[in-house]
Design a protein around this ligand. Structure first.
Ligand SMILES: *Cc1c(COP(=O)(O)O)cnc(C)c1O
Length: 360
């Protein structure tokens, strides 16, 4: 494929698209009377706590800010990256889906994924009728760079790299990723959902270097906000503009914007939880290694542990009986008899270990 050219990668219908223009995106300023959006002028039956306290945001009877500028401003301070290079999705899942809809022509284009990895890339490809070319990781769960380069053709639009990878928990070699960034002239999506638990540094710093890079973060893991659905995409302004063009006008609801903003002010608390999680992971890894039915604990740079056991189905069912749910990954390639365990609180980890002591 020739050199990176964003214009050549974007679907024709998206280039031609005249995006929906909402009442709230047309008007910017400080009006007092809002009669433009057919909202309910009499208010909403419920209010957000922060609204009651200090009138911090708009009531729920108003449509939210379509571009979430307040939230982006705070994110920009935390991530050290300009607001106009940030896209906020209704979870990372929306960021992934919109990438497909911008770049991939159904029935014609293809993307590359590297199993075992996060399931949504393939599901999203299937929903959008886009071929997902699968290039398995190597035996030590690293990228098969040669294999990836060999399946690229002129219809390959996206390459998904999840680092630290789910469900294997490890980081990919940085030089492999850089090699792919330099040699693949489609879009490289690096999913860093677990980066806050990792020793690897983020690829955010690399964004000025690579115009074909999109880095994804999420508030669902280290930030403890899976329920709010806030996923982040970082990229060049040209790419972010495309995402804004295609997204639903009010994709981030008002309560998510306000509660997300509140959470961003509690960085110390979040960092303390990250530290506790890593401490507990190390402890749990050590304890799990003691059981003879646990054959291998894979090195983790995340908030979960992948363990190869004697019989994953049996162990999974046993834990279920003790009302403990882990993730059975046995049917994933390279993950035969593997279970994935999310690091719990000290009490939860103790409960798991106690149950395992009676297993056999
Ligand atoms: C959990 C996870 C996410 C987060 O998805 P959200 O939609 O933001 O909750 C993204 N990528 C990977 C690999 C994950 O494991």
């Amino acid at each position: 494929m020739e050199k990176f050219n964003l214009d050549n990668l974007v679907r024709e219908n998206i280039k031609q698209l005249k995006p929906y223009s909402s009442a709230r995106s047309e008007y910017r300023g400080n009006a007092e009377v809002f009669m433009d959006a057919n909202e309910n002028s009499y208010g909403s039956p419920v209010v957000l706590p922060s609204y009651e306290r200090e009138g911090a945001g708009m009531g729920l009877h108003r449509y939210p800010d379509p571009l979430q500028w307040q939230l982006k401003l705070e994110l920009s301070k935390i991530k050290g990256f300009p607001s106009q290079n940030i896209f906020i999705g209704n979870g990372s899942d929306e960021v992934i889906d919109i990438a497909f809809r911008i770049f991939c022509e159904p029935g014609k284009d293809n993307v590359i994924i590297c199993p075992p990895t996060y399931g949504m890339y393939k599901v999203c490809a299937n929903i959008n009728a886009v071929e997902a070319r699968e290039v398995l990781l190597t035996k030590d769960f690293q990228l098969d760079v040669e294999g990836i380069l060999s399946v690229i053709d002129e219809h390959t639009k996206l390459l998904f790299i999840c680092s630290p990878n789910n469900p294997t928990g490890n980081n990919f070699n940085r030089m492999d990723i850089e090699l792919l960034l330099n040699n693949f002239h489609g879009i490289v999506m690096i999913d860093e959902a677990y980066i806050n638990f990792s020793r690897q540094k983020s690829f955010l710093q690399e964004l000025t270097e690579y115009e074909n890079l999109i880095v994804m973060h999420t508030l669902s893991k280290a930030w403890g906000l899976a329920g709010l659905r806030l996923g982040l995409g970082f990229a060049s302004e040209l790419i972010i503009d495309l995402f804004n063009k295609v997204k639903p006008p009010y994709n981030i609801n008002q309560s998510s914007q306000q509660l997300g903003l509140e959470a961003l002010g509690k960085l110390n608390e979040v960092n303390a939880n990250i530290k506790r999680t890593i401490e507990q992971r190390i402890l749990l890894e050590k304890e799990l290694k003691e059981f003879d039915f646990i054959k291998n604990i894979y090195p983790s740079d995340s908030n979960f542990i992948l363990a190869k056991v004697q019989n994953a189905d049996k162990l999974y069912q046993y834990l279920l009986l003790h009302r403990i749910i882990v993730r059975n990954r046995s049917n994933e390639p390279l993950c035969e008899n593997c279970i994935r365990i999310t690091v719990g609180t000290p009490l939860e980890n103790e409960t798991l270990l106690k149950a395992l002591k009676n297993y056999g």
